[in-house]
Design a protein around this ligand. Structure first.
Ligand code: HAM
Length: 421
């Protein structure tokens, strides 16, 4: 037997029902928020992620699936959705669209060579949104309100938005300088990863999993003291709008995020479920006002968010949240001989084309076994065919709950089900 690769899942049975339900709810909300669907390739030129997600990020340094294709091109399986959407925004000149800002949503599998554990997979699905062309803090608040409303409607209510501002370029450069000056004498007391981050990406030292509770980091200079007036007032407005929308938030000055492209607002949405451990981050995002330009497009403010669907499935299962899953069919068509079978095939298609869920015996079952199968499917109506009745164009229909049955004209079947279901 060949097993699935480490860190991947088969979505089957309950999981696949939850998956479908969550992505349907996500799609419905994105449509309400007036986002347009976008699909980009699962693999892209490796350079996109080096320049987009960033060479100094853990994702690009340690986690990408890179390979050369048969044409000797450097290809990477996307580790996240934003870089590909930005590439597409530029390549398709969406910055020139009449309707601005450009609001996009997507779903798709992402690939990261992580150490697999609960809620952390090597192939996982993200649902995400990106908005291009507006620097208004109302857009930051909208991007945060969308997932909160989605979680609430899925029955996941105890969430908190951890939020911070990384400021604009000027704020960040000033802060990085101050942070490095402060850290330098303590560098030997920090972990080996932090030593490496010191040169390449000093902000990441702040959310180091190993050193985060050390006094060195607790006493580090705060980014809020280095924000420019513009960044400060942007962040203040975002917070005001979150309050207006009654969104539960906490400012966390050590939140810096693992991808290099962020500017100003960054956030992660957490749930308080202990069972999830570090997989309690249900989704995350932020502003990336430099990325479109860094990837060769015109200067364009942008903000986005993505959630991991696999973690949501785990929560819905853990909390035993009931979802409106259809576990019944409208009609089961029964037959015995070949003439009846042909009629059954025809009627089955007719029912489906008229919007009913119907099923038919395809395992050569006896009539008795077909009755049992109809019950397993929770069929509401049984359509029992008897070739004797065909001369008068009649069929037998039985209510599988009341067990009442009657003969009706074949032509009246659709109308009958329309009025009875
Ligand atoms: P991220 O924080 O790397 O951000 O991922 C977003 C979400 O994807 C996480 O909060 C988590 O729910 C899920 N996720 C990440 N890695 C895994 C994994 N290995 N297994 C299962 N789920 C995972 C981004 O990817 C950014 N592109 C978000 C964004 C969009 N920022 C701006 N626009």
């Amino acid at each position: 037997m060949i097993s699935k690769p480490k860190g991947t899942v088969d979505l089957i049975k309950t999981d696949s029902k939850y998956y479908k339900y969550i992505s349907d709810v996500f799609d419905a909300y994105c449509e309400k928020y007036n986002y347009k669907f976008i699909r980009t390739p699962i693999f892209e030129a490796s350079e996109l992620f080096h320049r987009g997600v960033g060479d100094s990020s853990d994702i690009v340094r340690k986690e990408t699936y890179d390979f050369k294709d048969r044409g000797d091109r450097n290809i990477t399986l996307r580790p996240e959705g934003t870089a590909g959407v930005v590439r597409s925004f530029i390549e398709n000149k969406m910055y020139a669209d009449v309707i601005q800002p450009v609001k996009l949503y997507y779903n798709g599998t992402m690939y990261r060579y992580e150490r697999p554990q609960s809620g952390r997979l090597r192939e996982f699905t993200q649902l995400g949104v990106e908005i291009f062309g507006s620097n208004d803090p109302l857009i930051d608040a909208e991007i945060i309100s969308l997932p909160i409303n989605i979680y609430n409607s899925l029955g996941i209510e105890n969430t908190v938005v951890k939020i911070n501002s990384l400021g604009d370029n000027e704020s960040r450069e000033n802060y990085k300088k101050a942070l490095k000056e402060y850290i330098k004498p303590h560098l030997n007391d920090l972990c080996s990863d932090c030593k490496e981050r010191f040169e390449k990406n000093p902000l990441r030292i702040l959310d180091c999993k190993i050193d985060k509770d050390s006094d060195i980091l607790k006493n580090a200079p705060k980014i809020s003291n280095y924000l420019s007036d513009k960044s400060k007032s942007h962040f203040k407005k975002v917070i005001e709008y979150l309050e207006l929308l009654e969104i539960n938030y906490e400012i966390n000055e050590n939140l810096v995020r693992g991808l290099d492209y962020y500017t100003d607002t960054v956030f992660e949405i957490e749930t308080n479920l202990k069972e999830l451990g570090t997989a309690n981050v249900l989704g995350a995002g932020g502003r990336y006002n430099n990325l479109v330009q860094d990837l060769g497009g015109p200067e364009t403010p942008a903000v986005g968010f993505a959630l991991g669907i696999d973690r949501l499935i785990a929560i819905l299962k853990l909390k035993e949240i009931n979802i409106p899953i259809k576990n019944e069919i409208d009609a089961y068509i029964m037959y015995v001989n070949e003439t009846e079978k042909e009629k059954a095939i025809y009627l089955n298609q007719n029912l489906r084309l008229n919007g009913f869920i119907s099923e038919i015996n395809s395992l050569n079952k006896t009539l008795k076994a077909q009755f049992k199968e109809a019950d397993r499917y929770n069929a509401k109506y049984l359509i029992i065919l008897n070739s004797e009745d065909f001369k008068e164009s009649l069929i037998t229909i039985k209510d599988n709950i009341t067990k009442e049955e009657e003969k009706i004209k074949e032509l009246d079947l659709i109308e009958y089900l329309d009025t009875h279901l």
